[in-house]
Write a protein that binds this ligand. Structure first.
Ligand code: SAM
Ligand code: DTB
Ligand code: SF4
Length: 340
């Protein structure tokens, strides 16, 4: 997609997507229209989100993806939120790429616990071809266990997405993280266009796109709406949209800047989930990092707002996640069935 088409600044403040006069083109969401969603009375927004959700998804069902860090720490990039950058002193030790046996054992355990998707994450700017070959074996083995496969390995070069597709990769996760205007405050070693290029490569290879962002990094509401607009106006929009609440890790620049205090009100986080649901009706919206910090009541509001997937398992990549027992108890309390 040419970069001019990637930005959306049509001045329309209604809470509906902008439909161009000529037929055939997809509806585009303006930032103003998404801000207007954020500004709705809370119960109105929840109602709108539920209407959309129920028109496209089985209500009361949550999909479970388990994460595994296959290569941890020592990353060359400077993402201000991330404990795995070698530029930050966040106490994460470098570990080499896991071997195939360790990955398949973790995938088997995830399946036994009820996960339907297994996502392999690596602390790379992007994979070298030699590393990619090892990941392809992991993808094949995980797929053979009957799990959906997902990987998040950083930026992809020409041909790498096709190799992942051939190995059986179902989803590639690559986040836009935030709105273009705020992005430079958080990451300097790769730009927004780099991310969009990788997403184009993933889409072009026929792999499902998993793309979302992080909120609570000190961005404004307009910037949260800008992130949602970038995602919603992709053509097509991502199949899977992770909404992360920043996990502030000591030693990272964002922890230093924000001082460990959440930079976003809980209801504003729920509003972001609802905006993702309303603007991307058929996507799976994943309530991602930060669930431990959000607590059960806010998570329940997120499900009401249209989240229908979570990361499941005691650990995310390097930080904690609600343990499996706590999640099972929560799903039982809320009457949520787990499924694909
Ligand atoms: N290194 C690869 C990359 O950045 O593309 C893949 C792994 S990276 C850890 C995947 C995503 O995790 C990031 O894009 C970011 O959205 C999310 N993430 C990382 N640290 C986080 C944190 N402290 N809180 C919330 N989300 C975080
Ligand atoms: C995504 O959007 N969130 C996940 C996954 N994709 C790879 C990662 C969250 C990482 C949280 C910080 C950590 O555990 O290191
Ligand atoms: Fe590296 Fe990914 Fe962390 Fe950025 S988010 S520092 S690229 S591991």
């Amino acid at each position: 997609m040419p970069s001019a088409e990637r930005m959306t600044h049509v001045d329309d403040a209604s809470t509906a997507p902008h439909r161009p006069a000529e037929g055939g083109a997809p509806a585009r969401w303006t930032v103003a229209a998404i801000e207007a969603l954020f500004a709705l009375p809370f119960t109105e927004l929840m109602h709108r989100a539920q209407e959309t959700h129920r028109a496209h998804h089985a209500p009361n069902t949550v999909q479970l993806s388990t994460l595994l860090s296959i290569k941890t720490g020592g990353c060359s990039e400077d993402c201000g939120y991330c404990p795995q950058s070698k530029r930050h002193e966040a106490g994460v030790d470098d570990e080499p790429l896991l071997d195939l046996g360790a990955v398949t054992a973790a995938a088997r355990a995830a399946k036994a616990q009820g996960a339907t998707r297994f996502c392999m994450g690596a602390a790379w700017r992007g994979p070298r071809d030699r590393d990619l070959a090892a990941v392809l074996d992991m993808v094949r083995e995980v797929k053979a266990l009957g799990l959906e496969t997902c990987a998040t390995l950083g930026m992809l070069k020409d041909g790498q997405a096709e190799r992942l597709k051939d190995a059986g990769l179902d989803y590639y996760n690559h986040n836009l993280d935030t709105a273009p205007e705020f992005y430079g405050d958080v990451v300097t070693t790769r730009d927004y266009e780099d991310r969009l290029d990788t997403l184009d490569r993933v889409r072009g290879a026929g792999i499902n796109v998993c793309c979302g962002g992080i909120v609570g990094m000190g961005e404004s509401r307009r910037e949260r709406a800008g992130l949602i607009g970038q995602l919603a106006n992709m053509d097509p929009y991502p199949e899977s949209v992770p909404i992360n609440h920043l996990v502030q890790v000591e030693g990272t620049p964002l922890h230093l800047r924000l001082g460990g205090e959440s930079a976003i009100d809980a209801f504003e986080f729920v509003r972001t989930v609802a905006a993702a649901r309303i603007t991307m009706p058929t996507a799976m919206v994943r309530l991602s990092a930060g669930r431990r910090e959000l607590g059960e009541a806010v998570q329940a509001l997120c499900f009401l707002a249209g989240a229908n997937s979570v990361f499941y398992g005691d650990k995310l990549l390097t930080t904690g996640n609600p343990d499996v027992e706590a999640d099972r108890a929560l799903f039982a309390k809320l009457g949520l069935a787990t499924g694909a």
